[in-house]
Design a protein around this ligand. Structure first.
Ligand SMILES: NC(=O)c1ccc[n+]([C@@H]2O[C@H](COP(=O)([O-])OP(=O)(O)OC[C@H]3O[C@@H](n4cnc5c(N)ncnc54)[C@H](OP(=O)(O)O)[C@@H]3O)[C@@H](O)[C@H]2O)c1
Length: 330
């Protein structure tokens, strides 16, 4: 089965991942309805053949029912990735509920819901498979993305909405704010300053691989009702990742900061974040980035015959033109 000539609603289409999904779907011959919350943020998807822009907000249940009407598939990408628990709950949990109810009313063939490996929390070392319990801790993003998955399962079961869940790691690629722009800016400074020798694993994944797995999850019979990690397996190290960006910038110089002083100030930083209502589990992040662990792709390989295609060297090479366009690389 393919998505050619299918009508597909993409939420979050003005964002980094959603824009890539919308363009790939249009390229495959789908009729894309791209949800736009804020006019003016649609530059990347405007005037693309096959993409229709529709105004809407996922927290508006009636509007979501209207825009989902007549759709065959929904790719639910929109989310808040920062803010207080109340704010993120409204978008990530309530918003997901309204998207799922709209999908139920439209009797779509499947919803592909974008979750994250953050639902596992930061406590696990070693291999992370899809069946380990969620440990979101008290980080609003991790909590609300975990609760959003529960909403998808609940409405999926009670309203008979077929769904599949993707849990990407840190998505890098052209247009990525955090994992390309910020990481490149961090790496290009000579030397690249990082905590320790960078031998811990980075659970990254190139954007085209995430998009590709999402399209597979929409149509593969074995994906229905299942959740899948989407991460490079084996995971590269932080030294590989940041060192790759540093190489693009023309150097390989690395300064390893000792972890101990940062470990001592981490609780204070966390306290400030807690007082702001945005806890991040900073003390747990230090051992997390130093640990060697992999979110395994065994399940996707076994059930779908799918695995990431873009290795780190190739992914970083594909970032280069965009970094130049953005004026970050000469
Ligand atoms: N980037 C990563 O490394 C990563 C890793 C794992 C999982 N994910 C997941 O991937 C998804 C996309 O992330 P991203 O990095 O592409 O984020 P992004 O660039 O910030 O895009 C978020 C999108 O959601 C839209 N949105 C937010 N609130 C909305 C609302 N109330 N109604 C309608 N649209 C709304 C935004 O619209 P505006 O343009 O109006 O803001 C934007 O289009 C999220 O579900 C995230 O949890 C991302």
């Amino acid at each position: 089965m393919t998505l050619t000539d299918k009508t597909v609603l993409v939420t979050g289409a003005t964002g980094f991942l959603g824009g890539a999904v919308a363009r790939r779907l249009a390229g495959e011959g789908a009729r894309v309805r791209a949800l736009v919350r804020r006019p003016g943020r649609d530059r990347y998807i405007r005037d693309v053949p096959g993409i229709e822009l529709v105004a809407g907000d996922i927290t508006d249940p009636d509007r979501m029912k209207t825009v989902a009407q007549g759709c065959d598939y929904v790719f639910h990408v929109a989310a808040a990735t920062g803010g207080t628990l109340d704010y993120q709950r409204k978008l990530n949990v309530d918003g997901t509920r309204y998207v799922m109810l709209a999908a139920a009313a439209a009797r779509v063939q499947r919803v592909v819901h974008v979750s994250t490996i953050a639902v596992y929390g930061y406590g696990y070392a070693g291999d992370i498979t899809e069946d380990i319990p969620h440990q979101p801790g008290r980080v609003p993003y991790n909590i609300t993305k975990s609760q959003a998955e529960a909403v998808v399962r609940d409405i999926g079961a009670h309203h008979n909405v077929p769904y599949s869940i993707i849990r990407p790691g840190m998505i890098y690629g052209p247009r990525s704010g955090m994992w390309t722009r910020t990481m490149f800016n961090l790496s290009k400074r000579k030397p690249t300053i990082f905590i320790g020798d960078g031998s811990g694993s980075v659970p990254c994944i190139y954007v085209d691989d995430v998009v590709d797995l999402m399209l597979t999850l929409a149509v593969h019979p074995a994906a229905a009702g299942e959740a899948f990690n989407c991460v490079s397996d084996p995971a590269p190290t932080w030294r590989d990742f940041l060192g790759g960006y540093a190489r693009l910038a023309g150097h390989q110089s690395w300064l390893a900061l000792p972890a101990l002083p940062l470990k001592l100030v981490a609780p204070l930083v966390e306290l400030i974040l807690v007082l702001r209502g945005e806890p991040q589990a900073v003390p747990a992040l230090l051992p997390y980035i130093q640990a060697c662990k992999t979110c395994t792709m065994d399940k996707a390989r076994r059930l779908l015959g799918w695995q990431p295609q873009v290795c780190l060297d190739e992914g970083l090479r594909r970032c280069e033109p965009w970094l130049r366009e953005e004026g970050l690389l000469p």
